[in-house]
Every structure is written in C-alpha cells, then in structure tokens.
Design a protein around this ligand. Structure first.
Ligand SMILES: [Zn+2]
Length: 162
C-alpha cells in the first residue's frame, strides 16, 4: 500500500474567484468564533453544489469537550440545511496570532467528518486552508488529509435502509 498526501501552496491572487470568495466567507466566519479559552479562532465556509455557502466557526465551552471545531460546525450545519446538496469546497482559516501556517489543518475528528461527506457523495471536496493573509494550502480531496481512514462496508448506511 502506498499512502500519498498532495497539497499545493498558493498565493491568494493565484486562486480562482470562487476560492477567494470562500476564503473571505471563512474569515468572516472566524470573526464570529467563540474561543475565549483557547484564543484560537477558526472559521470555515462550505460551498454546496446548489451554490449556497454555509459558514461555521469554533464554538468553545467551559466544559471543554462540549465545544466544537469550526470545520464540523460548518459541515454539520451544511448537512442540516442542505441535506440533498453535495459539498463542493470548504475553506478554513484562522486570523489568530498563535495559528501556525505550517501546521494549520483539521483535527482528526474533523478530518473523519469531512472525509465521510466526500465518501458519501463520491465526489472530492476541495479544501483550502489559510492562516491570516498568508499563502493558501489547497487539497483537491479530503482523502489527502486522511488517506488511511476508518471505513466500513457500504459506508455503514445499509443498516439504516431497513
Ligand atoms: Zn476539529
């Protein structure tokens, strides 16, 4: 078995307008994050196949594990609002000074959730990551971030079909 992870590092100006728009929305989402405990604000914006854009940000809680990352807040909201749409792309950003562009990527739980959306729709999700106004990291597929992931036969959905 060979496992590969292919990411591009691009300047904002090199990106197509739809990517730039999604990043702007993600930064807008980050400004609404509730992150008083970590001081690490994260915003995500998800573009759906219908053209809708759904935003989410990290929502922390004093009972720390009860909070949720920006990526999952956004993608769960997208699934809740547009259950019949596919996820085309997702931008995730942080404006926070403690964010490190060399290590800014989703946590393992978010990777699992994003990847499951990708597997379910059988179409890759384009992922964009940016810290502040630095270079943008681009992945053409969620599987790049989690190449050896947890899966079950039939995506585990068979038992729900009766
Ligand atoms: Zn996460």
């Amino acid at each position: 078995m060979e496992v590969r992870c292919i990411l591009q590092s691009l300047d904002y100006d090199q990106l197509p307008p739809e990517d730039q728009e999604l990043l702007v929305k993600a930064h807008e989402a980050a400004s609404k994050a509730f992150a008083p405990y970590s001081d690490f604000k994260v915003g995500s914006a998800v573009r759906m196949s219908s053209g809708a854009i759904v935003m989410g940000s990290n929502q922390e809680n004093i009972a720390y594990p009860s909070g949720l990352c920006g990526e999952r807040t956004a993608i769960f909201a997208a699934g809740a609002q547009y259950p019949d749409d596919e996820v085309v792309a997702m931008a995730t950003v942080s404006p926070s000074l403690i964010a490190d562009s060399s290590g800014f990527s989703p946590c393992g739980s978010c990777r699992q959730v994003i990847l499951e959306s990708e597997v379910r729709q059988a179409k890759p999700i384009r992922l964009l990551f940016q810290v502040r106004d630095e270079k943008v990291l681009v992945s053409e597929s969620a599987s790049n971030l989690m190449p050896f992931s947890f899966r079950v036969l039939n995506d585990g959905l068979k038992r729900n079909k009766g």
